[in-house]
Design a protein around this ligand. Structure first.
Ligand code: SAH
Length: 384
């Protein structure tokens, strides 16, 4: 059944660049001189207005709408589950359409409302290859990279559910003064974004496009575990804000927490950071540091951290460890976290402690994990 669905699925338009969209229009016989204009119209409907059906694209001729409908897909991935935390954090589990093998993978997306902003945390891969020992996603085998369309679709689904489209904002008495529910996007969900570089770059281009979703690149943050050679390239080609999951101040400890450190040790990652284009005091790199009791949370660590960051416009985000079933670590005590923050702060670096959000629905940092793997195993059993 899934196999049939996958072979008969129409190609999607979500996630195509403008030139790709124009090429797609050639397939439905839009004359060359009209393609730019038509692509512009469709882009506006998809990313500014958020329509999910060609029938709603009222400035496109009926005949063309019909052909588009027959040929292309602009539907959203299915929302398999939706949870809302006591603190207002929302989490969606998206079930992707069947891939070539007929498997339907799942990814999680999280919305974190705050006083002055609303942050959407999106995923770049199904699962992850990095196996960081404190991260729940790391216990899930990598299933695959997400396509640009699948990355952008996470934003679209969240906008649908939040009512974050102009028509709905205009009618929403509770809408924030900024005129949008999603003000920031962080690539901090499942996966390592720099290991899915091209698709992430295409998705960022669409999310930041001024005629669509229109989120400034200054409000998009890419978080990496430290794929050193790709860090300057990310700055040059994506121009987003950068976050580094540092988490330790010696290679010995970081090797254990973030196994990627054996390939790209601390000094190499920090050197790449120094070469990140556009760095300034107004544009700092965020260093994420998970607080693990007795592992990386001493005053000596805090002092070493300050030494490592010397010369890099930086701020430090301290993340209390979020536990998950069977996790091998504990969160540092509150006084320990405060002492650590104090040392970093006195050295001149902002060092906010990230308040855990959505822990009750397993939506906090490092708690995301989809059932893709399990589901596949059970599917295999069923077939056998
Ligand atoms: N692969 C990228 C994107 C994931 S971002 C990266 O490593 O940066 C998710 C952030 O949450 C990372 O900083 C990650 O190290 C952190 N994290 C993972 N597990 C966590 C946990 N259990 N508690 C707190 N933070 C965690």
């Amino acid at each position: 059944m899934n196999i049939i669905a996958s072979t008969t699925r129409k190609p999607g338009l979500i996630g195509l660049s403008r030139p790709e969209l124009m090429t797609a229009l050639a397939l439905v016989d839009v004359p060359e001189r009209q393609r730019r204009m038509r692509a512009q119209q469709i882009w506006h409907w998809l990313y500014h207005r958020g329509v999910t059906s060609f029938a709603d694209m009222t400035n496109v001729s009926k005949a063309l709408r019909q052909r588009l409908e027959e040929t292309f897909d602009i539907s959203r991935p299915e929302v398999a589950a939706r949870q809302i935390s006591v603190d207002g954090t929302r989490k969606w589990l998206l079930r992707l359409p069947p891939d070539d093998t007929g498997a339907r993978h799942e990814v999680e997306v999280v919305y974190i409302p705050e006083e002055d902003r609303g942050t959407l945390c999106i995923s770049s891969q199904v699962g992850c290859t990095l196996n960081c020992t404190f991260c729940h996603t790391g216990t899930q085998r990598l299933v695959r990279n997400l396509t640009a369309g699948e990355i952008v679709s996470q934003v679209l689904v969240a906008k649908d559910d939040l009512g974050d489209w102009p028509d709905r904002i205009a009618q929403d008495p509770d809408a924030p003064a900024s005129g949008r529910w999603i003000t920031n996007v962080v690539l901090m969900g499942m996966g390592e974004p720099l290991y899915n570089f091209d698709n992430v770059r295409e998705a960022v281009a669409i999310i930041s496009d001024g005629e669509g979703i229109s989120l400034s690149r200054r409000r998009i943050t890419l978080s990496t575990a430290g794929v050193a050679p790709l860090i300057p390239k990310a700055g040059a080609e994506m121009d987003v804000m950068l976050a580094i999951s540092l988490h330790a101040t010696t290679d010995e400890v970081r090797d254990r927490l973030v196994p990627l450190n054996r390939k790209y040790p601390i000094a190499e990652v920090l050197e790449a950071c120094r070469n990140y284009p556009g760095l300034s005091n107004a544009r700092r790199i965020t260093f994420e540091y998970v607080m693990l009791k007795g592992i990386n949370d001493s005053v000596a660590d805090a002092k070493r951290l300050v030494g490592l960051l010397k010369g890099i416009p930086a701020k430090v985000n301290l993340i209390p460890f979020n536990p998950w079933p069977g996790s091998p670590y504990e969160c540092s005590d509150w006084e320990t976290i405060e002492r650590f923050a104090e040392v970093v702060n006195r050295a001149g670096y902002a060092s906010p402690v990230r308040s855990p959000r959505g822990r009750d629905i397993m939506a906090a940092c490092g708690q995301l994990k989809s059932a893709s793997e399990k589901r596949r195993a059970s599917e295999r059993r069923q077939q056998a």
